[in-house]
Write a protein that binds this ligand. Sequence first.
Ligand code: UP5
Ligand code: MG
Length: 192
Amino acid sequence: TDKSDPKRIIIFVLGGPGSGKGTQCAKIVDTYGFLHLSAGDLLRAEINSGSSNGNMIQELIKDGKIVPSEVTVELLMKAMNEAKTNKFLIDGFPRNEENRLAFEKVAGLEPEFILYFDCPLEELEKRLLGRNEGRVDDNIDTIRKRFKVFLESSLPVIDYYDKMGKSRKVNATRSREEVFKAIEPLFEPFME
Ligand code: UP5
Ligand code: MG
């Protein structure tokens, strides 16, 4: 596949740690036929595969820090090139300006829009501490670090797309069902 395939449709799914990105992406995939690519899941799979980058990725995730763009962009490009669809939900990426620019350069693509799950940090903290999936970053120390990185590095990316008129902000404090109802109309145009 041509890595700059102009027919590719990309939606970035952004929001604080625990805002429901993964939960809502699973619902969108079922209904609208997108492929869900969670950058965090791809990085965790890379750790588990015993890759030479595994230790470095693991340490950064434990510390709530952002993995270098070249690593994440390569994993995303590989997943897109292997996909049988051209509609992608990219979840949890780009997390900083460096991520955004690296993806633009390598993929040669801009998102149709970004979905931004807006939710207060107190609610996010409650959700993450209640998740219990054994993630190395779901402890109060790492959660605080993740929040700091989100506010300092990720919100500016959301602002960037907002200024371009490309941000679709959703109140993610509501129930899973209410959030899904609010985002469904955004995906109707992409229904096959
Ligand atoms: N839940 C979901 N929706 C709910 C609702 N409406 N009401 C009540 N509860 C709700 O949800 C989190 C929890 O809340 C779950 O228990 C869920 O049931 C419940 P989830 O859907 O998992 O939220 P999500 O936003 O996906 O949370 P996640 O923790 O995955 O977000 P992060 O952005 O922190 O994690 P990610 O996996 O993207 O990244 C992890 C780390 O990887 C980063 O900190 C970073 O170190 C690294 N990373 C990079 O370096 N680069 C990248 O590009 C990506 C990741
Ligand atoms: Mg997630």
